[in-house]
Design a binder for this molecule. Structure first.
Ligand code: ATR
Length: 290
């Protein structure tokens, strides 16, 4: 018999953490972290906040007093989160964005970025044997998500990252900021940018609400190239469907979301999440209606 699941009580020792975004209602992070908390039997809770877009700094400052352990930060606050912090990790600095803030007992606010761990972890899980050092990698997009990916790939030893973007000047700006090993290419020259790559990563917002679709010439990438999309609604985006139809190995954005949550959980609650005990990916898929 399956014992009925009961929510652990909130106590005087409950550790509180959460996610801040706007909108945040559809964030899967509360589902993921609370499932891990429950499976581990930890006295903790994880909630969602949607601060006003123009009062994010005030919202964060209020936690300096130690009300909560930490916050994950999502769109549109990742750049603002970095600016609120007293201490910034090198990887958050490289990404120019933070997805994790922790509030230390001395009042210090520390910023980190675990999106790169999520990205590389997703490749490890869904494209076993993929080595970021093995060849050039193409990243589509030059916004915040793309910059984080490029920074993580260079830090992981990618010999070259080609930023392919509709607006070349934005790609050039990111390439210039990250430096060695990063080149910029216009979207209309994507076919030549895909030549010889070991992976193609979509970090554009194309396909999301209000944005057009992305038509990338994936057939120009080698048959061995792994194709990844950071978008996970739907789980199989048209971009990934095309890659799959071409016979390419694919990696989805949901795996990245789950993997970036692991180091965040550790930072909030002081222990590794019980990843073997509860399948948070399955829970997330159910929540997504897949
Ligand atoms: P995020 O912070 O999520 O990265 P962003 O900063 O708004 O979002 O960046 C969105 C990226 O998606 C940009 O690189 C954008 O291209 P432009 O720099 O040319 O605007 C890209 N993008 C959005 N819609 C696109 C589309 N339909 N085709 C190609 N690129 C698109």
């Amino acid at each position: 018999m399956n014992p009925a699941r009961t929510k652990p009580p909130i106590t005087g020792r409950t550790l509180v953490a959460g996610v801040a975004g706007h909108p945040v209602r559809h964030s899967l992070s509360p589902l993921i972290h609370n499932a891990w908390l429950e499976a581990a039997g930890l006295d903790g809770v994880y909630v969602a906040f949607a601060p006003d877009a123009d009062r994010f700094a005030v919202f964060v400052e209020a936690f300096r007093g130690g009300a909560i352990r930490g916050l994950n930060v999502t769109v549109p606050f990742k750049e603002a989160a970095l600016a609120c912090a007293d201490v910034v990790s090198p990887r958050a600095e490289m990404a120019a964005a933070a997805n994790l803030l922790t509030f230390e007992s001395d009042g210090t606010i520390a910023a980190d970025n675990t999106d790169g761990i999520g990205l590389l972890g997703a490749f490890e899980a869904q494209a076993p044997g993929f080595d970021p050092k093995a060849g050039p990698i193409a990243v589509l997009g030059a916004g915040g998500a793309a910059r984080g990916a490029v920074a993580a790939l260079i830090a992981a030893g990618a010999p070259q990252v080609r930023i392919v973007n509709r607006t070349l000047a934005k790609a050039e700006a990111v390439a210039g900021a990250i430096g060695r090993g990063v080149v910029a290419c216009p979207l209309h020259a994507a076919a030549s940018a895909f030549d010889g790559v070991s992976a193609v990563i979509n970090a554009t917002s194309a396909g999301l609400a209000g944005e057009g679709m992305l038509d990338a010439p994936l057939e120009a990438a080698p048959g061995t190239a792994v194709v990844m999309d950071m978008v996970y609604k739907p789980l199989e985006t048209p971009f990934l469907a095309k890659a799959r139809a071409l016979g390419r190995r694919t990696v989805d954005g949901l795996e990245m979301l789950v993997r970036q949550a692991v180091p965040s959980f550790e930072a909030f609650y002081g222990v590794a999440p019980p990843t073997a005990q509860v399948d948070v990916r399955a829970l997330a898929l159910k929540a997504l209606g897949q």
